[in-house]
Design a binder for this molecule. Structure first.
Ligand code: ADE
Ligand code: ZN
Length: 334
């Protein structure tokens, strides 16, 4: 594929379904807030200014340290604007980001409402300025345990609506079981939220099966290790579950050594619904444009394949039908 073709593919309009709000914070943004608040965060940065982490568990602790400077609704409003400007520059027309009551006021409902309002106002302004639409997916943190998750999910359930559209779970997949969080997921479902969870990133296909059977999710964050079990792949296909695949993240964190060993193409070939996202782009030195370029170079994905993947993402988005129709039009005219 020549450079002109790659540039054209990079420029396609995109949908991103798996983006962590705090994880999308540019290191310079976090350093600036740390400076303003006189917090010493030098230990989480390399000399070249990028985030410094050794492995997944260390990544989670660096992530939480970076998040510690985000202390007010205004901080999150500034972050929202920075993230959406970057995403719009990458050709993203619709995105869903993970935000957590744990990081926005410590799962206090009154505080959470204020954070949510500030994020939503910043997103509305970004939509007017740059034509990008954001919806929120409230997130429980697995390694904080099921009790904290209940408080967090209650905040989500109380604020479910047109803007806050889903519940997800991130954090350390090696702690506890998906089913430990069933109470939180049931509460969210009853409140009208749609459901996703990180699974099959670190643990194997049994985790993906548990996500579907024990939590009833319609999407899965990563899910890539389902490739190791055809029966669980069939379960995903039968139920129309969509994977939020983040190839650059998986390579950066060492789930797969190189992109050419990543299963995204084999999953797609088998009929599993796959979409493409960045996860925590500055941590993994990626952007959605870069993901597109890499997939085109590595697997020969062309405009037709990217078009199918975007259509899958449009169908799997948690937004309401009016928003889906608006995004569909935006994709046609971009
Ligand atoms: N939180 C932020 N990024 C994550 C990832 N890749 N897996 C689990 N939790 C996360
Ligand atoms: Zn993630």
């Amino acid at each position: 594929m020549d450079e002109d073709q790659l540039t054209a593919l990079e420029a396609l309009p995109k949908i991103e379904l798996h983006l962590h709000h705090e994880g999308a914070a540019p290191p310079a943004f976090i350093r600036q807030l740390a400076h303003e608040k006189k917090i010493d965060l030098s230990r989480i940065f390399r000399d070249d200014g990028s985030y410094d982490f050794r492995d997944f568990v260390h990544f989670l602790s660096v992530y939480e340290a970076a998040t510690s400077v985000l202390q007010t609704p205004e901080d999150f409003a500034r972050l929202t604007r920075a993230i959406l400007q970057e995403s719009a520059e990458n050709g993203v027309v619709y995105t869903e980001s993970f935000i957590s009551p744990d990081f926005c006021g410590g799962s206090d409902l009154g505080a959470w409402r204020e954070y949510l309002q500030a994020i939503k106002e910043a997103a509305d302004q970004a939509e007017r300025d740059w034509g990008i639409t954001l919806r929120g997916v409230s997130t429980v943190i697995r390694h904080f345990g099921p009790d904290k998750a209940k408080a967090s999910a209650l905040c989500a359930a109380e604020t479910a609506g047109d803007w806050l559209v889903g519940l997800g779970m991130g954090g350390d997949e090696n702690q506890g079981e998906q089913g430990d969080f069933a109470y939180s997921y049931d509460m969210a479902r009853e409140a009208g939220l749609q459901l996703t969870t990180h699974a099959g990133e670190w643990r194997g296909p049994q985790e993906v099966r548990a996500a579907v059977l024990d939590l009833g999710v319609s999407r899965i964050g990563h899910g890539v290790r389902v490739i190791e079990d055809p029966a669980t792949m069939d379960l995903l296909i039968e139920r129309g579950v969509t994977l939020e695949v983040c190839p650059g993240s998986n390579v950066a964190l060492g789930v797969y050594p190189r992109l050419d060993q990543h299963p995204i193409e084999r999953l797609r070939d088998a009929g599993v619904r796959v979409t493409v996202s960045t996860d925590d782009p500055p941590f993994f030195h990626t952007t959605l444009r870069r993901e597109y370029r890499n997939l085109a170079q590595c697997f020969g994905w062309d405009q037709e394949v990217f078009g199918q993947v975007t259509q899958t993402a449009l169908e799997a988005a948690f937004c309401d039908e009016d928003t889906r129709a608006t995004i569909s039009k935006r994709l046609e005219t971009s």
